[in-house]
Design a binder for this molecule. Structure first.
Ligand code: ACM
Length: 594
């Protein structure tokens, strides 16, 4: 599996910086916009810090006229004799507190001056609770971690063909007949099985749903952490589970015949309005996601009816209905088929194209390209990992994504991440500079076909969620892989100590070679996710051993050289041995050994 990291040269130049012993506490994620350590500590410990501001040494100031701060921004000065926090809104105070909690060490909080504002107002994580159901307690745990890393939108994918997951009083058969199935395993049930749902109460059935009270608890838990919960009710496709209880809503009128609503039937609109009414009662978010997912299938097959379905259900109906209730429609990028209201928001998942189109047409959009920032894709060598969706999105690839491709070069670099090869800047669309502000944020999505337990969910989300947090918060020019790598490695033991089952990152080595302009030579960089890392390499085709050269920075080789490298722990290769034949014909090569 290959991919190109466009930042690897910059990253390697910074290697020397990253190798220095960092300032204690300087492993903040996301990295603040401006931060200077000034020396010394504010003496405290987690117990007295948790007691808060009682002793007057921590001063919080709400100053609504602060010119350098946005609503979620904060100024923070930690001195040995006290802490001063400034913010224009309580959200900023909350984020200052998250920063302080991360900075806290055994010696106290290092003295520091920070001025911090998020890059985007929408910093999202999505969770599919349909294909597999996660109890509210697991949702609380995810929300805790999101808040810690300053993520502020939780997109809750409540309905899909895996099961209907929210109590709707007007349509009780949704959960009575559409929330449980006989088989938990997705492959056995959906891909190779009978796809049958079973009634609630069936002995041994797999599934579940959130009661209204559960939803209220989730919304309140999130709100206390400055997280907006955007509910998603999927229309007009991916709705097989609806028609078990309400077969009249699909065109054949029979269960198990379709996953798509029948737009010719007025009951479809009644249903939509009825469900959305109860959803709006539960979720205060202005933004309500009405799906649109993969409503393209029929289109691609040359059938127009589903395109019409999207237009009719999601355009004049859902969008209008939501607007009448003061809400805004959010949808997957299929909604761009419609002429949208100016307030509607597109989540771009089929690459970056949807968001680029939306922004250039004047609509707000969230970047969530599936090929780059989906948590259900493999994060390391598939031979070492549990079954996942078939793509490959290790943390460095996620981190290398640029959410605002406002130049041809930036758009091409994103496309290179998707394609794993060079993409010419003039071959892709980019966002026009005056449309860049329509990119309101970034979102990592967690589809749960292959994620059946809370432990597995955490394994797929962490630590990659930290990359999304930094894409969402940190200014573009402050984001450097080599520095993030150090910080994320430092965060992993903290995640584990909090009981989060994080992946501890790959043991493989990435070899990158770039041809040096003067001749048949290449500059070779060896990179790892682990930090610090003992990487050993050879240039003669032999496998590296405990006696091979240790990598200490980029080096130059003749074209025709075979570079082999491995990460060593305790005198032995910890992962697979990577190899790259440096070929003068190619100016960019990456290689993961599997
Ligand atoms: C999606 O990933 N199908 C929205």
């Amino acid at each position: 599996m290959r991919f190109i990291s466009e930042i690897s040269v910059v990253a390697s130049l910074l290697f020397a910086v990253a190798c220095h012993d960092p300032q204690p506490g300087a492993d903040l994620v996301p990295l603040p916009a401006e931060m200077t350590f000034t020396g010394g500590y504010f003496q405290t410990d987690s117990v007295s810090f948790a007691r808060g501001v009682a002793d007057g040494r921590v001063v919080c100031e709400l100053d609504t006229s602060s010119p350098n701060l946005s609503r979620e921004g904060y100024g923070l000065e930690v001195r040995s004799d006290g802490i001063r926090i400034t913010a224009v809104d309580s959200a900023g105070l909350f984020y200052a507190r998250q920063t302080l909690l991360q900075l806290l060490t055994a010696k106290g909080i290092p003295c520091v001056k920070i001025t911090d504002n998020p890059r985007f107002g929408y910093r999202g994580i999505h969770l599919d609770v349909s294909r597999h159901f996660f109890a509210k307690e697991e949702v609380f745990k995810i929300l805790d971690e999101m808040a810690r890393y300053k993520l502020n939108v939780f997109h809750l994918h409540l309905t899909d063909n895996g099961g209907w997951r929210i109590q709707i009083d007007r349509y009780p058969l949704l959960t009575r007949f559409g929330a449980f199935r006989a088989e938990a395993d997705w492959l056995k049930w959906w891909e190779f099985g009978d796809r049958r749902y079973v009634p609630e109460g069936t002995p041994g059935a797999y599934g579940g749903y959130y009661t209204k009270d559960d939803i209220r608890q989730i919304v309140a838990y999130a709100a206390a952490r400055y997280i907006e919960v955007i509910p998603e009710i999927e229309f007009p496709a991916h709705s097989d589970e609806v028609f078990i209880g309400y077969p009249e809503l699909c065109c054949s009128g029979k269960p198990y015949t379709s996953g798509e609503f029948c737009v010719g039937n007025p009951a479809t609109f009644e249903f939509m309005d009825g469900v959305l009414t109860e959803v709006m009662e539960l979720f205060p978010s202005r933004r309500i996601h009405i799906g649109g997912d993969e409503a393209r299938k029929a289109l691609e097959a040359g059938v127009n009816s589903l395109a019409d379905t999207v237009k009719i259900t999601l355009g004049p109906n859902a969008e209008k209905f939501l607007a009448e209730h003061g809400r805004v429609m959010v949808g997957w990028d299929e909604i761009l088929r419609n002429n949208l209201r100016p307030t509607s928001v597109t989540i771009s998942y089929r690459g970056q194209r949807g968001a680029i189109e939306a922004a250039n047409r004047g609509y707000d959009a969230v970047m969530s390209p599936g090929e780059i920032i989906y948590f259900d894709w493999y994060q390391a060598n598939p031979h070492t990992q549990p079954r996942a969706m078939s793509g490959f999105s290790p943390i460095k690839k996620m981190y290398s994504f640029e959410p605002v491709p406002d130049t041809p070069e930036r758009a091409a670099a994103n496309e290179s991440l998707v394609k794993g090869e060079y993409v010419a800047p003039d071959s892709v669309e980019h966002i026009r500079p005056n449309a860049a502000s329509h990119i309101i944020g970034v979102q990592g999505c967690t589809w749960a076909e292959f994620i059946g337990t809370p432990e597995h969910l955490e394994y797929m989300m962490f630590p990659r969620l930290l990359a999304i947090a930094e894409l969402g918060w940190t200014p573009r020019e402050r984001r450097l892989w080599a520095d993030f790598r150090r910080r994320v490695n430092s965060q992993i033991p903290r995640l584990l100590a909090r009981g989060v089952n994080a992946f501890t990152l790959s043991n493989d080595v990435e070899i990158t070679a770039r041809i040096v302009r003067e001749g048949r030579k290449a500059r070779v960089t060896l990179d790892t996710e682990k930090y610090p890392a003992e990487v050993r390499y050879t240039l003669d085709g032999s496998d590296p051993t405990a006696g091979s050269d240790i990598y200490s920075g980029p080096f130059v080789v003749e074209a025709g050289t075979t570079v082999k490298a491995a990460l060593f722990v305790g005198g032995k290769p910890a992962g697979s041995i990577a190899g790259l034949y440096v070929d003068a014909c190619h100016n960019v090569e990456n290689y993961y050994a599997y």
